[in-house]
Design a protein around this ligand. Sequence first.
Ligand code: NAD
Length: 351
Amino acid sequence: MQPFTYTGLPTRVIFGHGTLEKLGPEVDRLGISRALVLSTPHQRDMAEDTAQRLGSLAAGIFSEAAMHTPVDVTERAMREVERGGADGIVAIGGGSTTGLGKAIALRTDLPQLVVPTTYAGSEMTPILGQTENGRKTTLRDPKVLPETVIYDVSLTLGLPVKLSAVSGLNAIAHAVEALYAQDRNPVIDLMAEEGIAALARSLPATITKPDDLDARSDALYGAWLCGICLGSVGMALHHKLCHTLGGMFNLPHAETHAVILPHAMRYNMQAAPIAAGRVARALGAGDAAKGLQNLARRVGAPLSLKEIGMTAEGIDPAVAQAMANPYWNPEPLIEARIRDLLERAFHGSDV
Ligand code: NAD
């Protein structure tokens, strides 16, 4: 056994069906008496329902959360925190809403309760990405890790089919990179393999039968595990490329992960054969990269960067940026090979 260091994340997790019923007692448990409820504009109804459940524990609703946590949105939310005298945050939604809650916690250290409705996994990480003047920067700070997370499977039944597919693949990407992380450890390896397996067996069913409670339950369970992986160990080439492409071309977050993942897996397979073997086993596939691409195909996820809004002229600057700041990856980063990876991902070539 290789020596390792493991740090557990202290978030309290409540998982099940109908668990939103526990919102009031859980908010109370955090000592919150005036919670600001956060959502995107699209999920305003869910925020209103949440505020209603909270009754006198709600200080108001701020429903302007947006992708990549723009700092100007956070500043508007901060004014709402002050105006309402909020002493805690309840964020209901996907990674964008969770990100806004984290950005407020970074500035105030207010306690956060998150109710995730996608599979992005941000609720389990001390990581925050923020955007200002078109630049996204990422930080790690224990202050931004939510205190409590309520996973309520019933809230994911309405997650649109397309978003379910790409969000699930986004989650799998966290677990794949955890398996070859420089600081990997046996506990996270177990969670990663189980997380990939749970999502791989449930995602196809969430597409064909979106209200299948068992499949939705398995998918959210897998997403939770994959979120822990992201929060616990370092990521590599795949996350770096997605971050670069998202920042440079404003590509949709989860879709970018879905397209890049099989190609990043192929790039790293020789250098990380044990990780690749575990990914393949979790997918029930002979080859990890092919298994990931077949899963993406099966759930109707996009397979090429060109179909999600990138243009061919973007490949050169993306290669340059991906090579600009060196970072750890199991396989050495070779410019010509990164270009080949991006070209293949651009066209949606088979891995
Ligand atoms: P999202 O939160 O932007 O949600 C996408 C859209 O789907 C939004 O309009 C949202 O309101 C809607 N939606 C969400 N759940 C729904 C549901 N159950 N039913 C109907 N509509 C629903 O998308 P995301 O992929 O969850 O999050 C992406 C963002 O999260 C990015 O900004 C990314 O950088 C960030 N992220 C951060 C971390 C981290 O650890 N810091 C991890 C993963 C993602």
